[in-house]
Ligand binder design. Structure first.
Ligand code: FE2
Length: 269
């Protein structure tokens, strides 16, 4: 990949995010989407694990769900949009339209995704819908801050109607408002927040529609969100994180921890 120009670097440093158009070809996007279609067609999710994905911790309060989520760091598991299950856990919509996110180790287990992201440091792939305003460092905390970079690749056009990303430009310079802390084993709730997410002025968010194949660089502390996709068009994206490892401590309180079986793969060795 070509280096960023000095004006691109400056824009990233000012805004906390940067759009790089045409990072992937249409063929590469199609290959990843086809593979996701296969994974969803073959998914087998136990009833008690049919949980929505949310940046809140509601779904983590149920012990069974906790294991499904917490142990997903080195597996391919499915998380769902709101309102897709009835009270018995049966699908109210076609299963292929129900998935919010597939995580968290597509990069390790799936050859199509591995070929695109061959060895990033930290990855948290998902195919997302609505995500409430947040900073990635809330969930993936490092010391010092400023060492985490989100990579978000649109596999389809991301528009105002189908859930493109929105950012508060420049919001990456004021620290982290809250952290998600993993509770000791056996405790309920299984996570808690240190600090609180302030009310955000909606008018500060700038929409960032992009074409298929575009990559958005996301500073670990920039505030961003995506709206629920209420259109009839899907909006698949592939996303993961990179961490500058040198001189950085990955917080032992983060929900996502490397395991002996699947340590964070180094990008440069
Ligand atoms: Fe994020």
């Amino acid at each position: 990949m070509a280096c960023l120009s000095s004006s691109q670097l400056q824009k990233f440093q000012e805004d906390g995010f940067l759009v790089l158009d045409e990072f992937l070809s249409a063929d590469e996007c199609v290959a990843m989407q086809q593979r996701i279609g296969e994974l969803v067609a073959n998914m087998d999710v136990p009833l008690h694990c049919r949980t929505i994905f949310s940046t809140q911790d509601e779904q983590l309060k149920v012990l069974d769900n906790r294991d499904y989520f917490w142990n997903s760091g080195d597996k391919i598991r499915f998380f769902f949009e709101k309102g897709v299950f009835d009270e018995k856990g049966d699908f109210l919509v076609p299963p292929e339209k129900s998935v919010n996110k597939i995580g968290h180790a597509l990069h390790a287990h799936d050859p199509v995704f591995r070929s695109v992201t061959h060895s990033p440091k930290v990855q948290q792939p998902h195919f997302g819908g609505e995500v409430t305003p947040h900073q990635d460092a809330t969930f993936l905390y490092t010391e010092p801050l400023g060492r985490l970079l989100g990579i978000w690749i649109a596999l389809e056009d991301a528009t105002l109607e189908n859930g493109c990303l929105w950012f508060i430009p420049g919001s990456h310079t004021s620290g982290v408002s809250r952290r998600l802390i993993r509770a000791p084993a056996g405790s309920i709730p299984v996570t808690s927040f240190l600090g609180s997410e302030p009310a955000r002025d909606n008018s500060l968010f700038v929409p960032t529609p992009v074409r298929r194949g575009a990559l958005i660089l996301i500073h670990g502390e920039v505030v961003h969100k995506s709206e629920q996709n209420l259109s009839d068009r899907s909006r698949h994206a592939y996303t993961f994180h990179l961490m500058e490892a040198l001189g950085t401590v990955w917080s032992p309180e983060n929900w996502l921890q490397p395991t002996a079986e699947l340590p964070f793969p180094p990008l440069y060795t």
